[in-house]
Every structure is written in structure tokens, then in C-alpha cells.
Design a protein around this ligand. Sequence first.
Ligand code: ADP
Ligand code: MG
Ligand code: ZN
Length: 480
Amino acid sequence: MTYEPVIGLEIHAQLTTQSKMFCGCSTKFEQAPNSSICPVCLGLPGVLPVVNKKAVEYGMLTALALNCRIVPHNIFARKNYFYPDLPKGYQVSQYEQPLAQKGFVQLEINGRSQRIGINRVHLEEDAGKLLHQNSKDNKVSWVDFNRTGIPLMEIVSEPDIFSAEAAKAFMVKLRDIMAYIGVCDCNMEEGSLRCDANVSIRRVGEKELGVKAEVKNMNSFRFLQRALEYEIERQVAELEAGGRIIQETRLWDEAKGITVSMRSKEEAHDYRYFPEPDLVPVMVEEGWVERLSKTLPELPDEKRTRFISQYQLPAYDAGVLTSSRELADYFENCAKLFAEYKMLSNWIMGELLRELKQQGVDIKRCPVNPENLANMLKLIQQGVISGKIAKQVFEEMYRTGATAQDIVKAKGLEQITDTQQILSIIDQVIQQNPDSVAAYKAGKTRIIGFLIGQVMQLSRGKANPQVLNKLLADRLKDQK
Ligand code: ADP
Ligand code: MG
Ligand code: ZN
């Protein structure tokens, strides 16, 4: 029997606002514990929260990028539960009238474009952080409220995803979109972006959805994909063995590579949602939406399409170069100065990205500026240096920040195009390798490669390859 998985994701993104969701406390990461707190985010009695307008706008921008309809009159609600890192005893979230609904993203899966529905985008506040110290003589738990009240945006997909791979691709896509808009720094290690995955299986061809399990809190793309692959297999095995799937929450254990049950439906909370009485509804006027949508930057898909048409780049190149806004800007700044776009793309995707990756450096801190890179490429184009020498020059540029011109001059790396100079090296090589020359004459013409290599070596890589090839071929002909 064949089954297909059905997946829906709930993604939490921390917004990059300077202050928290309902108070003026700073959202900076890694401050001294409990240094960024106030009576509002501590939930002390008698305080009155105020909605962070920037957070609402970030949510609206994201919603627009995800083709959602903004709910004109959206409200905050209390989600009640007890937990030691939740000082109020409830989390302020949105429930019945979320910020936005009914959107979609277009996803490319195995070369086919698929539309994945977005059920809703809503705003809420984060909880604090517990630290458990569990040494032999000191068992103690600490609570840090710095994170309490930090603005979160939750994006909920429709159950439109049908493989672990597609789930990962969907999350990558959301990450790219949010990073482009700048609403989330998308740092998964620091927990700025995390995901719960709902998954069920059903027989192929069946319309009705199966019972789902929810795998909580994955903070890497790889974990998400692995956890889903495991969970799908587990559910299939369960049904095949005559069992049934129960609705439950599970946790991904990365070390063991399995999901484990955390709580079942019977233990599920009843959150007793009700409208937050201390906050007024967010009234969204049409003009506000219009103004915001004008500030929306070019999004990854549009940029990719434009790169293909404007710079005649292959789709692959366009995809790599637009993987971040900063990298795309870097390319375009170079392209203003150097119009052989494919050659430029090759150098950025090859040498530049390799160096950056090896050193773990972000393109924002790239030591080679666009002007320097463009000037170096011009030196290749003008025949001043060979492509091979250029790699050496580039490395030096990357290490020292010097210009290509200065490096070439200081190290005497200009290509030799002078016929006499190359001929004299050729004659030297012919003299030193009589056997190879004889073999060439006897018809083993492939041996010319060896002789070219010898000349290159003697010229320390500087002989112009085209000139060298022609001169050597002529010389060998003369020898007959
Ligand atoms: P709940 O009320 O349990 O939180 P929701 O209807 O809010 O469930 O859906 C939460 C997420 O689970 C959404 O992303 C949705 O697409 C997904 N989902 C809902 N039902 C299923 C199912 N049977 N299989 C897989 N995913 C599902
Ligand atoms: Mg839900
Ligand atoms: Zn505060």
C-alpha cells in the first residue's frame, strides 16, 4: 500500500524591531539576564501595554509579500496557560481576527511550480527563558525575562506540502522573503526563526486528511527535513503494523535521530482565548496598506527573473546571485562597471563565494569591493593578465585589500605577449626535450600539451596562451 504525507508548517519569526511588542524595552540579544525588563513585560499588576506600530507594519509587509489579505480590524487575544517563564500567566497573541489571512507562496519543487497556501499571519509575544543548572551539589533553575514580550510573527501554512523536501524548500523560501524585507534576521541558531511541523499520512488518492502529529520547535532546515522524514516513516510503519496514529505533540531528538512523544491530545491545553481587554483593536486603513506596499522591496523571485532577462544569466546563476539582497547588490554594483555578465557571475559564484565561505565572512564584509573586482576582470579582458594568474591576483586582493593593478605591478605578473620573448623560451624547451619533439614528429601530436606546459612553467605562467599555442605549433612544423 502506498501512502503520501501531508504537511502544514507553523513558523515563528522574531521581528527585528528595536523595542518589545508592548513596551519600550530593548530587544537586543545577549544582554545581562533580566536587564531588559519593565513592569509591562513582567506583567506586574496595573500596567497597560501599548502595541508596537513597527511590529504591526513588519507583519503587514510580510503578509503583503505572502499575498495575504490584511484583516482591517484585527485584535489581540489572551492565550492562558501557566509556565514559569510566562510571568503574566497568559501570552498575548491573535486568535479569531489575526493580522492577515488567505495568502500563498509559489514554490519550485522538482522543476514544477506549486502554490502553497498561507492560512494566516499573526503577531504575538515571546516568553522568557529558563536555565536549568543541574550539577551534583547545585540544582537550581533560573529565569531570564529579557526575551519576554519580544515581538514574534507566526506564519501558518495550509496542509499543502507533500514531502519533507518540499517542507524544507517552503521554509527556505519564507526565510529568503523575510530576510529580503528585513523583518527578521532569520538567525536560526539564535532562535530568531523556528518551526513546528504538522504531519499526517493518507493513502494515495484519498481526499480526507489523516490524524496529524505535531513536531515541535525545529531550528534548522536540516532538522526539519530529517524530523519529517523520520516521522513519515514512523506513521507508515504504525499503520502497516495495524496500529493507528494518535493526535499528539512530539519532539525531535537530533542526537538519536527520532521523534518522541511529548503529550497527547488528551493532555492538550484549553487556552481559554479571549480578547485582550487592555489593548484596542488594530484598525488598518486602506491608505496605510497602500503606503506600506510601496515600500516593499523587490522580492527574491522577481529579482531572479529580472537577473535572467536583464543580464542574460542562466537560471542557476540568477538563483545563486539573488540568494541574498546583499549579494545581488554586490553583483549589480560590479555589473555597472563590467558588462561581461556571465564572466562576472562565474567569478562571484566561484572564487569570491568560495573565499567568503572558507573564511566564514558575510558578503557585507567582503574585503574586495565591486570596483576592485571589476578592475581585475578588465585586466583579464585586456589581456594584461591571464585567467590563471588572475586567480592568484584575486587571492592576494582578498587577503590584503590591494587593487589588482598594484598587485600585478608589484609582482611583475603581466602576461608576456611579446613574440620574441616567447619564442626564445620555446627554443629553449625544444632544445631540452629532443625526445618529445621526435615523438611529435613521429605523429604523437598530443605531446604538444606537455611542451606547452614546459614553456608555461619557464615563463612562470605568464606566457599568453593563444600566442604561445600558435608560435609553438609553427615552430614544430618548421622542424620537419
Ligand atoms: P490545531 O488547531 O491543532 O493547531 P490547525 O488547524 O490550527 O490545527 O493547523 C495547524 C497546522 O497544521 C497548519 O499548518 C495546518 O496546515 C496543519 N494541519 C492541519 N491538519 C493537518 C493534517 N491532518 N495533516 C497535516 N497537517 C495538518
Ligand atoms: Mg494551531
Ligand atoms: Zn518591558
